[in-house]
Design a binder for this molecule. Structure first.
Ligand code: FES
Ligand code: FES
Length: 153
């Protein structure tokens, strides 16, 4: 079954089993390997992408449900919030091993696109589903705050 969708603003046709998780369509078919496999059961956030502007766990999203959808991955994360997040991540040297970080950056960007001035509680709630085995949480929180402040200026 052919599935048509947009990935990073490009039209894409996938001729694969509609039950295939979006994560594997991105990584294996489209070679967009920035989105990571962690748990495979929607528990860690490593596979987070944006789907029609909202975060989604790619590991549990069958491509067959996505006909016509707009998917944005870490490779094409753009706009004021994304640029502020990426700059803060670099400035504060957030990643340790880096494995979870594309999911963290996508989630932080989605938060600031929705709420440019989040409270500490908003940040904690938004980031809670993204697990980091290196425990970079303190730097992540600081970076989201710095990105938010940068958006203000
Ligand atoms: S790999 Fe999808 S949430 Fe963990
Ligand atoms: S930086 Fe290593 S898992 Fe988060």
């Amino acid at each position: 079954m052919a599935i048509s969708l947009y990935v990073n603003d490009k039209p894409v046709e996938l001729d694969i089993d509609p039950d295939t998780p979006l994560l594997w369509a991105l990584r294996d078919e489209l070679r967009l390997t920035g989105t990571k496999f962690g748990c495979g059961i929607a528990q860690c956030g490593a596979c987070t992408v944006m789907l029609n502007g909202q975060t989604r766990r790619a590991c549990v999203t069958p491509v067959g449900t996505l006909d016509g959808a707009d998917v944005r991955t870490i490779e094409a994360l753009e706009g004021p919030a994304a640029e502020a997040v990426k700059a803060a991540w670099v400035d504060l040297n957030v990643p340790q091993c880096g494995y979870c970080q594309s999911g963290q950056v996508v989630t932080a960007t989605a938060l600031l696109e929705f709420e440019p001035k989040p409270t500490d509680e908003d940040i904690d709630n938004a980031m809670a589903g993204n697990i980091c085995r290196c425990a970079t949480y303190a730097r992540i929180r600081k970076a989201v705050r710095q990105a938010s402040d940068a958006l203000e200026g």
